[in-house]
Design a protein around this ligand. Structure first.
Ligand SMILES: Nc1ncnc2c1ncn2[C@@H]1O[C@H](COP(=O)(O)OP(=O)(O)O)[C@@H](O)[C@H]1O
Ligand SMILES: [Mg+2]
Length: 251
């Protein structure tokens, strides 16, 4: 169970995330929606540890992670947020995933022989690349990939860490229409696996309707609605927030 208690961050006089208390159970996919600037990405950054909270707490399975750095939270099972590309541009696609696999295995793999160790890591990385339909690009430099393929590589890196909690921040932003289904299929598969806690920031309401078990609405840093998708979508507060999203998309 992921939980935030009164989670807050202030930038100068501006409260970007304002006392957000919420619990996210394993096996559920929660869509976080709200207009541009509502605090969705900042909330993810507070959960993953990329930003320090001004006040409030982040707990995972009852353990208080608020004081931990982002890398330590990753070790505890919090998958990193998107929108900040964290790939190594001058390494190959395969190497990027292998490093993430290696980071996850950490100490345990030192027990294996160097060769078996290396082979096992590469095989696992290649299997992940196949899953995100990048198997044939394994030897390309990450920097040379088109934008959509880089996003898929980010998903593979995230999956390599086998987190309990997946934070997807607009995972299909900037993708071409034929690439979007690949990433949505991956999120669908993760959901079907059943044990992950998935948080998804997504503007496309048809995607939200299909994938989400629950919708949380942020507005000016505050949690203003939380519940079953159809009920939340129908509520006046969301109709307003949704108009905000619609005008943002149109802009
Ligand atoms: N590092 C930062 N310093 C100052 N203000 C920030 C910073 N990060 C985000 N903000 C502000 O916090 C608010 C929420 O931003 P963000 O979380 O990116 O919104 P969303 O992802 O919902 O579009 C915005 O007003 C934004 O300008
Ligand atoms: Mg954002």
């Amino acid at each position: 169970m992921l939980e935030t208690q009164d989670l807050t961050i202030r930038f100068g006089g501006h409260v970007a995330v304002d006392r957000v208390s919420c619990r996210f159970a394993p096996g559920t996919l929660t869509a976080i929606v709200g207009p541009n600037g509502a605090g969705k990405t900042t909330y993810f950054n507070l959960v993953s540890g990329q930003l320090p909270a001004t006040s409030g707490k982040v707990l995972l399975n009852g353990e208080d992670l608020t004081a931990l750095s982002a890398p330590l939270r990753t070790r505890k099972g919090l998958g990193r947020a998107f929108q900040l590309t964290q790939l190594f541009p001058n390494l190959t696609v395969l190497e990027n995933v292998r490093l993430a696999v290696q980071a996850r295995h950490g100490v345990g793999l030192r027990m294996l022989s160097v060769w078996r160790n290396h082979r096992a890591l590469i095989d696992e990385a290649q299997a992940l690349l196949d899953r995100v339909r990048l198997g044939s690009r394994a030897d390309a430099l990450a920097a040379s990939l088109p934008h959509g393929d880089q996003r898929k590589l980010e998903v593979a890196v995230l999956m390599a860490l086998k987190p309990q909690v997946y934070l997807f921040d607009e995972p299909t932003a900037g993708m071409s229409v034929d690439e979007v289904p690949v990433v949505l299929d991956l999120i669908r598969e993760l959901k079907r696996e059943g044990q992950h806690t998935i948080l998804l920031v997504e503007h496309k309401m048809d995607v939200v309707r299909e994938l989400a078990d629950r919708i949380v609405v942020l507005h000016q840093g505050q949690l203003v609605a939380d519940g079953e998708p159809e009920a939340v979508i129908a509520s006046p507060v969301v109709q307003n927030a949704y108009l905000g999203i619609a005008s943002e998309v149109a802009a």
